[in-house]
Design a protein around this ligand. Structure first.
Ligand SMILES: Cc1cc2nc3c(=O)[nH]c(=O)nc-3n(C[C@H](O)[C@H](O)[C@H](O)COP(=O)(O)OP(=O)(O)OC[C@H]3O[C@@H](n4cnc5c(N)ncnc54)[C@H](O)[C@@H]3O)c2cc1C
Length: 474
């Protein structure tokens, strides 16, 4: 039987936190699936901005069971495992199970982790004492985090488009600006990109701030302007936020802000890769279940040579995508607590993560489309459940930096840090020596071309490179 747990067992052998994974998987089968369907069917939640007295409350009315759905992952350790035990692999294995059943739900867990990690690395002792224990609760009341960088001008070019300004105020700052895409907008804490007053233009002038939802007197620290009405990912509530002299606490130093922002994004990119592979598996499993039961021309669909060949190809693609994504998890477990200046291992992690984010998301989107096609007309009917996979998959190549951004960032880390050399060294014990040599020559020749050609031709380089790296790591 194909299940996410069985697949993890097959790929990883000894599972990290095996008992928790088994319990979490069982919960999904008995309870989570139903809650997830309800939340998806209910559509966009309602924002009640004012109470009966007309006072601003910004309350989000989510479907019944939403909180149970979100909190189960925290109970099992989506966040506390990393912060308390350093068990990144356990957290990402839980994320794999979450995403198999509900890819959108992995976003709240991810952005909470991407908040807790910089808080634990860069927060002052007072901040950590005040907020971390709340994020690590295991009783179904864990505080959630969120990561808000993007503003209305666009998310790829944060240096040009982040207009939020942070003005010093005692030992804190006051942030004013508008955040256009705010996932997990119902969270109690957010890490927010803003420009300290007087800081230079561009990405180097940005810093990372911890912004609580409520001020110490219990009043709202920022305002939710509206909830986004999205194609899918309804298990994460995405909104727009107005920061109006909102209290924020600087994390780390303002000068290193851009690195902290990238660290946050890189954690989310690893999670996006793991979630994409889980969706890929789900699409193949759903397609297979249908193709075994549906008979055409006298035999089950799966026994027809053309269909059979497609299944073999997708299962191979799944294994390579998993190997690539899990390598970025392994490397993150090594380098996730590093601070700038980073080791070469961190640059290797970055290259593998850009390749993984790009490749797995593209594969997931294609697999979701193919899964619908295998179902024929039934694929477009909501009652078969696979149209949802397509709705969920479409965002995977976009958020956390789109596919163009991943290719461009992969190029940058090769050009500036020689990460391709580190990659080839890393693969030396896995790869066929002739292939390794061919890639060395290809990459070196590629990087000799004029800068504009290197950018323009990335689609001839990155997809085959990502696929090859995944296959080497099998
Ligand atoms: C459902 C959802 C939830 C989100 N949640 C959050 C969140 O919680 N926090 C947050 O900060 N952001 C969030 N985002 C924003 C997301 O990170 C951005 O959508 C993403 O970074 C791309 O930015 P953009 O949409 O503004 O596109 P743009 O930056 O305007 O880019 C448009 C297109 O141009 C491409 N492009 C950009 N630069 C180049 C280039 N140099 N060369 C070639 N192509 C290029 C992009 O890849 C993209 O295809 C969310 C987005 C969605 C859809």
């Amino acid at each position: 039987m194909h299940t996410p747990l069985a697949y993890l067992r097959q790929k990883l052998g000894n599972l990290p936190c095996a008992d928790a994974l088994e319990a979490y998987h069982a919960w999904w089968e008995t309870t989570g699936r139903g809650l997830s369907e309800t939340v998806d069917r209910a559509g966009t939640p309602w924002l009640r901005q004012r109470n009966r007295l007309g006072e601003r409350v910004d309350e989000i009315l989510a479907p019944e069971g939403y909180s149970t759905l979100v909190q189960e992952g925290y109970k099992h350790g989506a966040v506390w495992r990393v912060i308390e035990d350093g068990d990144w692999q356990g957290s990402f294995a839980l994320g794999y199970i979450t995403s198999y059943y509900d890819p959108g739900l992995y976003c709240p867990h991810t952005v909470s982790l991407s908040t807790a990690v910089p808080l634990s690395k860069y927060g002052s002792p007072l901040l950590k004492e005040r907020y971390l224990p709340k994020m690590l609760r295991r009783d179904g009341e864990a505080w959630q985090g969120a990561t808000w960088m993007t503003e209305s001008g666009g998310g790829s070019d944060l240096g040009a488009n982040v207009k939020t300004v942070a003005v010093p105020d005692g030992d804190a700052y006051r942030l004013t600006g508008e955040k256009y895409f705010c996932s997990n907008v119902n969270a109690e804490l957010a890490v927010v990109a803003a420009r300290p007053q007087g800081a230079p233009e561009g990405v180097r002038g940005l810093a990372l701030f911890l912004v609580p939802r409520y001020r110490e007197d219990g009043s709202l620290n920022y305002f939710i302007r509206r909830i986004k009405d999205k194609i899918g990912t309804r298990a994460v509530i995405t909104g727009e936020v107005d920061l109006q002299e909102s209290v924020g606490y600087l994390l780390g130093s303002a000068e290193a802000g851009v690195y902290l922002i990238l660290e946050v994004l890189n954690i989310s990119r690893v999670a996006n890769s793991v979630g994409s592979v889980a969706l890929l598996q789900r699409a193949i499993d759903e397609a297979e279940a249908f193709a075994r039961g549906r008979v055409a021309f006298g035999k089950p669909l799966i026994e027809h040579p053309l269909m059979h060949r497609q299944f073999t190809r997708w299962r191979n693609a799944l294994d390579a995508a998993f190997a690539l994504a899990w390598e970025s998890v392994r490397l993150l477990s090594e380098v996730g607590m590093q601070t700038p200046p980073y080791s070469p291992r961190y640059h290797l992690f970055r290259l593998i993560t850009h390749l993984a984010k790009y490749w797995t998301a593209e594969q997931a989107a294609q697999a979701a489309k193919w899964c619908m096609e295998v179902h024929g007309g039934a694929g477009v009917l909501a009652e078969f459940g696979v149209e949802r996979l397509l709705r969920e998959a479409m965002v995977l190549p976009i958020w956390e930096g789109g596919s163009h951004r991943q290719m461009l960032d992969a190029l940058e880390v090769m050009q500036r840090r020689g990460a391709h050399t580190l990659l080839l060294e890393h693969l030396a014990s896995h790869a066929d020596p002739a292939e390794l040599q061919a890639w060395r020559e290809r990459l070196e020749a590629y990087l000799q071309q004029p800068a504009e050609v290197q950018e323009a031709e990335l689609e001839t380089l990155i997809p085959p490179l990502a696929e090859w790296v995944g296959e080497c790591l099998l």
